[in-house]
Write a protein that binds this ligand. Structure first.
Ligand code: NAI
Length: 269
């Protein structure tokens, strides 16, 4: 029997690529507010999907510091509501979390390492992970990092934009992570959804600093330290996720090349 798939947060950056992987999926964006327990329950119990993929989240890391209640409602409570109704209708749940559940004091982090978030976004995403684990068993939680792709604010697009506006772009060189292309993550989601339940760390391969990442995108970059570039949310220094469970994805440089190619095609049209 064909899977009935529901994608939540379908209009976001990752959601857009998930729609391409699951062309027959029922899709909901912000109009199904995942913080509305009754609405989530009624929609999913009426639809009775066999697979729910939740890409909805409050992803503005600095914004979460100023809007803590909203961050915990969307990233913490909402996934719990979704998990509870998935459990009730017998649906598998795929949900995404973040490298920012870790404090960045060790490197790299495997799926079984103990989280210790240092900002509101990370704490709210950890709450969501735990709410899902408490509500059901048939979940796949995919922690990922440094996403870039179509249809969402992301570092690559920001660099391309400000490179034209500024003579030199200063980017921090003392925070390390793994950039990840949403096209690759969406394709991998299909594999994981059909695999074993549990926690997964899924990123493109290769570790870099934000400065090194920026240098692969634009020519006019200069390194600076986190102390010189104070942001509302603290960031982990080494939030490197290690995947010990599935085949590795391609290196981030290859994925970035492909993404930049799609940008060049857009501008030449
Ligand atoms: N963007 C990144 O660099 C990273 C993202 N992640 C995680 O990956 C997942 C996907 O992230 P992105 O595609 O970048 O996010 P995004 O910000 O592009 O999309 C999230 C979507 O959720 C929707 N949304 C927000 N609040 C909602 C609510 N109350 N009800 C329903 N929908 C709501 C937004 O309208 C948006 O379309 C999220 O779980 C995020 O936490 C993890 C690590 C890094």
């Amino acid at each position: 029997m064909a899977q009935k798939v529901l994608i939540l947060g379908a209009s976001g950056m990752l959601g857009t690529d998930l729609q391409k992987v699951y062309p027959d999926a029922v899709c909901r964006g912000h109009e199904l507010d995942i913080t509305d327990e009754a609405a989530v329950f009624s929609f999913i119990s009426d639809l009775k999907p066999s697979l729910v993929i939740n890409a909805a989240a409050f992803t503005n890391v600095d914004g979460c510091e100023d809007h803590e209640d909203l961050a915990f409602a969307v990233n913490g409570e909402g996934p719990g509501y979704i998990a509870a109704v998935c459990h009730e209708v017998g649906a598998t749940l795929v949900h995404y979390s973040t490298d920012y559940v870790f404090d960045g004091s060790q490197e790299p982090y495997t799926e079984s390492d103990i989280p210790n978030p240092i900002n509101v976004y990370g704490a709210s995403k950890l709450r969501g992970e735990r709410a899902i684990m408490a509500a059901m068993e048939d979940y796949r939680i995919i922690r990922t990092s440094w996403l870039f792709g179509q249809n969402g604010p992301n570092f690559v697009d920001t660099m391309l934009r400000i490179s034209d506006e500024m003579e030199t772009v200063r980017v921090v060189e003392d925070q390390y992570g793994k950039p990840t292309y949403t096209v690759d993550l969406a394709a991998k989601t299909l594999v994981i959804a059909n695999g074993e339940p549990g926690m997964y760390h899924i990123t493109n391969e290769g570790v870099c600093s934000w400065f090194e990442f920026a240098s692969a995108i634009i020519p006019n970059v200069e390194p600076c330290s986190s102390e010189e570039f104070i942001r509302p949310a603290k960031r982990p220094k080494f939030s490197v996720l290690e995947n010990t469970k599935t085949c590795p994805m391609r290196p981030w440089q290859a994925a970035l090349k492909e993404y930049l190619g799609t940008k060049n095609m857009e501008t030449s049209l």
